[in-house]
Design a protein around this ligand. Structure first.
Ligand SMILES: NC(=O)c1ccc[n+]([C@@H]2O[C@H](COP(=O)([O-])OP(=O)(O)OC[C@H]3O[C@@H](n4cnc5c(N)ncnc54)[C@H](O)[C@@H]3O)[C@@H](O)[C@H]2O)c1
Ligand SMILES: O=C(O)CC[C@@H](O)C(=O)O
Length: 409
């Protein structure tokens, strides 16, 4: 697919799910004024219509960008996930169309870690149920089943950016930290990696999940795993709703196997704040049920708005793909007067020599070339002298394996 660069006011940004106004400000400051802003996610049919004319789309965790949606998005150049998770985007469908996907990998880690530590403290003290009882007029003054977090063992599943940050905070409050991860990780502070999930479950007072949604993490905590946990243990999930089997968790709370749980993410979440939240967990006082707000703080949202909007603007301005989740990362210098072409292709042998032949055969002088590849895709940015010709672009597009090619200047 070929694209000539457009004037900035013709480049359309579709922003969904009420991303922070800092995103709009950032884009406008960079000269992008054609912004279609929606406070909510759009239902699939409306989304198809809205995305058809968009060059960039910004979403959070609710909007599902499926193969079918991408099929309607013929002009789309890049996706910005204004969050950490990218499981809501069919990355393969994006990649095969040469669409770059960006996210904000760090901006809300602290917010999630703070919420989790607060929940661990409150659940170990039995505050969730005492609070619920007080709202009903009951007075539950007792020290039974009420514990300090100091000296207790926190088991973190998924020791990535959030898990590590949580571990550091927990340790500074006197907890012993252990973690389970599929990758060998450098433990921070006195944290300790354990070799198996079962070992972690059986020896932790509080278990907190911080894994991405993948095939391997689907229902990774079900009845069998909950049965491995210490009697009266606490489970916290602020990762993705598909990671915990909610019926299994409900049974474990009902039987007293678990002493409490804090769940921020659910297998099915209401589409909007106007819809009812349905869950078997609603019956338990010893739970905190929050509406997927682990990363929803003013600080995090403002930073995410700026960070992702900057990435989209930079990709649009000069082709820089740094920190893309599906694209090879190319960091490009500012452009010095010549033309810039982008060529995105399947990473197959021989394609670079075909590209270079185009320039030697058409007599277009290449002043700089930047190439990066990953397993699936090659991304090459070519700066050419002022005698750039349309023929070169046409011939680039004809190369077998081309996913997309466009002229930036
Ligand atoms: N509740 C919220 O609002 C909220 C906010 C931010 C992020 N999240 C979720 O939290 C997840 C984690 O975020 P992060 O920034 O720490 O991600 P990250 O990629 O930095 O860390 C994830 C860790 O999980 C590990 N992992 C992957 N598969 C595993 C498996 N099967 N078993 C054990 N470990 C496994 C990885 O090796 C990695 O260390 C995100 O993917 C997102 O879905 C939720
Ligand atoms: O903002 C959201 O919709 C979800 C945020 C969170 O789940 C993330 O992945 O960063």
């Amino acid at each position: 697919m070929a694209q000539q660069s457009l004037p900035k006011d013709k480049i359309k940004f579709l922003l969904l799910e009420g991303v922070h106004p800092s995103a709009v400000e950032t884009l406008k400051r960079d000269g992008y004024t054609n912004i279609d802003f929606h406070k909510k996610a759009l239902p699939p049919e409306e989304l198809k219509q809205a995305i058809a004319g968009a060059h960039f789309v910004g979403i959070r965790s609710r909007t599902q960008l499926t193969e079918e949606i991408f099929e309607s998005a013929k002009k789309l150049v890049a996706v910005g996930c204004f969050c950490i998770g990218t499981n809501q985007v069919d990355l393969k469908a994006a990649t095969k169309r040469g669409i770059a996907v960006f996210n904000a990998p760090f901006s809300n880690t602290r917010s999630v870690a703070e919420l989790v530590i607060a929940e661990a403290i409150l659940l170990l003290r039995g505050v969730a149920e005492k609070n619920a009882a007080a709202h009903r007029g009951e007075w539950m003054k007792t020290a039974v089943n009420s514990y300090e977090i100091r000296g207790k063992k926190l088991g973190i599943i998924g020791y990535g950016n959030i898990g590590m940050q949580l571990g550091v905070i927990a340790e500074s409050m006197g907890m012993q930290v252990q973690f389970y991860d599929v990758v060998n990780k450098l433990p921070l502070g006195n944290a300790r990696q354990v070799p198996s999930l079962n070992q972690l479950l059986a020896s932790s007072d509080v278990v907190s999940l911080h894994v991405p949604e993948t095939g391997a993490t689907q229902n990774m905590i079900g009845s069998a795993e909950l049965a491995q946990m210490k009697q009266g243990g606490i489970l916290i999930n602020a990762s993705r709703g598909t990671v915990v089997d909610i019926d299994g968790l409900s049974a474990a709370l009902g039987s007293g196997q678990l002493g409490g749980a804090a769940i921020d993410v659910f297998p099915v979440e209401p589409r909007s704040n106007d819809d009812e939240f349905v869950s078997p967990l609603r019956q338990y006082d010893n739970t905190f049920l929050t509406p997927h707000i682990g990363g929803s703080t003013v600080e995090a949202q403002e930073n995410i708005g700026m960070e992702v909007a900057e990435k989209l603007a930079k990709y649009s301005d000069n082709g820089t793909s740094t920190s893309s989740v599906n694209f090879p990362e190319v960091a490009l210098p500012e452009h010095a007067g010549s033309h810039r072409l982008l060529h995105i292709h399947r990473n197959v042998p021989g394609i670079m020599s075909a590209i270079n032949n185009v320039f030697s055969e058409t007599g277009v002088n290449v002043s700089a070339q930047y190439l990066q590849t990953n397993e699936d895709v090659g991304y090459v940015v070519i700066d050419v002298d002022a005698d750039y010709s349309d023929i070169a672009l046409e011939r680039l597009l004809a190369i077998e394996g081309t996913l997309r090619s466009r002229v930036l200047f």
